[in-house]
Design a protein around this ligand. Structure first.
Ligand code: SAH
Ligand code: SF4
Length: 397
């Protein structure tokens, strides 16, 4: 069980003769009762192949078709013998999440609203740049945490996403951007992943780990760990494992320089206050001056944006391999905060820069389609199946 009480075990795809469908929402059970292979780790795919009585080298071939070529039809897998292709097609699918709505913002940002099992919706956002593009991936339906400035934190129903639903967001974006097979060099529409969508990724660590392990696998999507950033609101006990087992870049949602204010903005701070959080950052495996931890700081008018706050931030981050990312607050309907003025943000940034920390201001993207940081909130439709109650006081870890 993970910290929010959900069973994280991966349900293997169904095998011939299996009885009931896996007792989860999600994609493990694909069209027509066939099992979905998307989201199985290499070892799990190996177990499926072995159960079919096939030789281990078939795993490599299948993996290449699925994650390098982006195949969605077993019949197109010409390196496999025809009877095997037929058998696979009878038993399995390579299913992506179903798209409920697709929006494109004025700046080219795309937002997909996706169905994650019965009654649950999630959002994925693609943020294009000139020669690259980041995909902002969700790790949970909603979020059990209740950060005061975040729209996702106001969503009532929450559950962890399965590995196939997490990788599925990537597969679907690649499909829609027409970027298969995986490009081997040059500009890419989809070059980076940021785990900054809905949810707290370190509260769904096992599934996030399986999913990111799949996209980092060199024989498939082959995304380097340096192109993946995981953002956490500060789940201290999981940070070391994140560094040791995934070794992706880390971003930490700091947002305040005192425990008093941070406990209001990020209620999880009551459990893991700033000092403990920074100790975990100093110990983060892989962090160095060449590979700094990003501290996210949302600019809230009159709340955390004074020059004194900026100076305190510089002092606080002394001795941590840090850079700062200032995020203009992105408003949402009914939000209790406003964004700081441009002049205020500029003054804050100057002080942090003068203090020796790089402090770029994040350009809001996709604001017109409510796709910017903290604006994601997909109201759940239909009947509830495995939602979790929201934890007003911050989830237990
Ligand atoms: N749960 C993780 C990752 C998802 S949120 C986390 O909290 O870090 C990604 C980033 O957007 C976090 O830094 C979060 O604090 C920030 N954010 C949330 N709501 C926002 C808003 N309305 N405007 C700007 N940034 C916001
Ligand atoms: Fe959850 Fe992150 Fe939003 Fe906080 S900021 S409520 S941790 S998604």
């Amino acid at each position: 069980m993970n910290p929010i009480g959900m069973d994280n075990s991966v349900f293997p795809a169904r095998r011939p003769g299996d009885g009931e469908a896996p007792p989860v929402d999600g994609v493990a059970d694909g069209a027509g009762g066939r099992g979905n292979l998307i989201g199985l780790s290499r070892e799990e795919l190996g177990a499926e192949v072995a159960a079919l009585g096939e030789k281990p080298f078939r795993v490599k071939q299948l993996w290449h078709w699925i994650y390098h070529r982006g195949a969605t039809d077993f019949r197109a897998m010409t390196t496999l013998a025809k009877p095997l292709r037929e058998r696979l097609a009878d038993l399995y699918v390579l299913e992506r999440p179903e798209i409920v709505r697709h929006q494109v913002g004025e700046d080219g940002t795309r937002k997909w609203l996706l169905r994650a099992g019965e009654g649950h919706l999630i959002e994925t956002v693609h943020i294009p740049e000139e020669d690259r593009g980041a995909l902002c991936i969700s790790s949970q339906v909603g979020c059990t945490l209740t950060c005061a400035f975040c729209h996702t934190g106001t969503q009532r129903l929450v559950r962890n996403l399965e590995p196939g639903e997490i990788v599925g967001q990537f597969m679907l974006a690649r499909d829609r951007l027409g970027e298969w097979p995986t490009p081997t060099g040059g500009a890419r529409l989809l070059s980076n992943i940021v785990m900054m969508g809905m949810g707290e990724p370190l509260y769904n660590f096992e599934n996030v780990k399986t999913a990111l392990g799949i996209v980092m696998d060199e024989e498939g999507v082959a995304l380097s760990r340096r192109r993946i950033t995981l953002s956490t609101s500060g789940v201290v006990p999981m940070m070391e494992r994140c560094g040791a087992e995934l070794n992706v870049d880390l971003a930490v949602s700091l947002h305040a320089v005192t425990d008093e204010l941070r406990s209001i903005l990020v209620p999880l701070n009551r459990k893991y206050p700033i000092e403990r959080l920074l100790a975990a950052c100093r110990a983060y495996p892989g962090a160095s001056n060449a590979r700094r931890i990003t501290f996210e700081y949302v600019m809230l008018r009159g709340v955390n944006d004074s020059d004194a706050d900026a100076r305190a931030l510089v002092r606080l981050l002394g001795g941590v391999p840090a850079k700062v990312n200032l995020i203009p607050f992105n408003p949402w309907p009914g939000a209790p905060y406003e964004c700081s003025s441009n002049a205020r943000i500029a003054s804050f940034a100057r002080i942090v820069n003068d203090g020796g920390l790089s402090a770029p201001v994040r350009r809001p993207r996709g604001r017109d389609i409510l796709a910017a940081c903290g604006q994601l909130r997909s109201d759940t439709v239909g009947k509830r199946r495995s939602g979790l109650p929201r934890d007003r006081a911050g989830a237990a870890a």
